[in-house]
Write a protein that binds this ligand. Structure first.
Ligand code: SF4
Ligand code: SF4
Length: 388
């Protein structure tokens, strides 16, 4: 198994079209510690239609793509000004039996733009949109801060009426767990194909379930969010203790240089875990392309890379990689896949971190992976009957 072996040579590209966003979700790595302060060092960047066509020429799109996913860790694809041109290009060169999947909070751009997107994607159920909507009018904004409900509803309606296939992606917290059935009802009435119920990540640290502070533009606490009461919607090992203390009243301003921030994580407990990579699959290997052209082996490492967290796992990767080799503006995919094989994949043969085993891979894709508990229900093609 490797990123270059032919059996895995069909890729599930995950492209971050932009690191710009209208929203300020409390767990988003775009922001400092749950505040509305953009993280230091973030250079607002979007992929243009011209760049996209250079990075994904027609022969790659025709022969190497199992799935093209437009999403990202720190921005919304609809913040890219060329989103319509890029969707149009994908629809014109991607074989119709390959997936074209876009994620959005739905709060950006006009109804006309969404109608155009619906028009481009209509007629193929493998080409669809995930709308990230965490509740209803009175709750969605508690996580998707700054998303205007009426605009979101108008945009989603325009997309669906134009023939686009839409799915509703719903993160369940304590403040919206009572709305699951009402969300399914509304989704059905609006013409969504299905609702995916997801258990949120980012509410567990120090081996406890935590209340997560939501901070304003000065880093002062506004309110907090927490896991659902119903244990089936909690992304934590069964029986994990809860920290009942309220979050810190202030996170202040971030350090001047992000590099100065070092946080400890408890990687030791994962050292002996067997790694089962979630990226390398017979059905297509996921590769993440960030908006500056940096290629990452998966979105989990992509998130670590861009979040600014400076922990031991990040330091290990910084020492492992010469980033020139992962730069799509300088290398083709074949070179990059070879480089991933010889670095991160090679690290999995070691037993210990000291020898070189990748710490982040052991945490994310080892036994007892927190990622395996994220998706509560499956939705999307093949799972259409599950939810609504
Ligand atoms: S919608 Fe996505 S990119 Fe935007 S703030 Fe929320 S999590 Fe971050
Ligand atoms: S964290 Fe490592 S093992 Fe897991 S998907 Fe990413 S590259 Fe693969």
């Amino acid at each position: 198994m490797s990123w270059t072996q032919p059996a895995y040579n069909q890729y599930q590209f995950h492209v971050e079209l932009s690191n710009i966003c209208n929203a300020a979700c409390p767990i988003c790595p775009r922001y400092w510690a749950g505040s509305k302060i953009t993280r230091p060092g973030l250079m607002p960047t979007s992929i243009s239609e011209k760049q996209f066509k250079e990075w994904f020429p027609p022969d790659i799109m025709s022969n190497r793509v199992d799935r093209m996913m437009l999403c990202g860790n720190q921005g919304d694809p609809f913040a890219a000004k060329d989103i319509i041109g890029i969707l149009d290009y994908c629809a014109s060169v991607l074989p119709s039996n390959r997936q074209l999947v876009t994620h959005s909070n739905g709060g950006l751009r006009s109804e006309e733009v969404w109608r155009e997107a619906g028009n481009i994607l209509q007629g193929n159920e493998k080409w669809y949109m995930w709308f990230s909507i965490d509740g209803l009018e009175d709750t969605n904004h508690l996580y998707r801060r700054n998303v205007n409900w009426d605009k979101l509803m108008r945009n989603a309606t325009a997309f669906i009426e134009a023939g686009g296939t839409a799915y509703w992606d719903f993160l369940v917290f304590k403040h919206n767990e009572h709305q699951i059935e009402d969300v399914k009802k509304l989704a059905k009435e609006m013409g969504f194909k299905n609702v995916r119920i997801k258990n949120p990540d980012g509410l567990v640290w120090d081996n406890k379930i935590q209340k997560r502070g939501v901070y304003d533009g000065n880093g002062e606490l506004e309110y907090y969010i927490e896991v659902a009461d119903d244990p089936q919607y909690i992304n934590a090992p069964i029986g994990m203790e809860r920290n009942l203390e309220d979050p810190t009243p202030s996170v202040g301003r971030p350090p001047e240089k992000w590099e100065d921030l070092y946080t400890e994580d408890h990687y030791k407990q994962y050292q002996w875990h067997r790694i089962n990579c979630k990226s390398l699959k017979k059905t297509g290997s996921e590769i993440m392309i960030q908006c500056d052209g940096t290629v990452m082996p998966c979105c989990y490492i992509g998130e670590l890379w861009t979040s600014g967290r400076q922990d031991d796992a990040k330091r290990q990767l910084v020492n492992m990689w010469d980033m020139e080799n992962l730069d799509l503006t300088k290398n083709g995919f074949d070179h990059i896949m070879n480089y991933l094989d010889s670095t991160i994949m090679n690290s999995w043969k070691f037993s210990t971190y000291q020898e070189g085993k990748c710490m982040y891979c052991a945490k994310i894709c080892g036994d007892n992976s927190p990622i395996d508990r994220l998706i509560h229900t499956k939705a999307g093609p093949g799972h259409d009957k599950i939810s609504i």
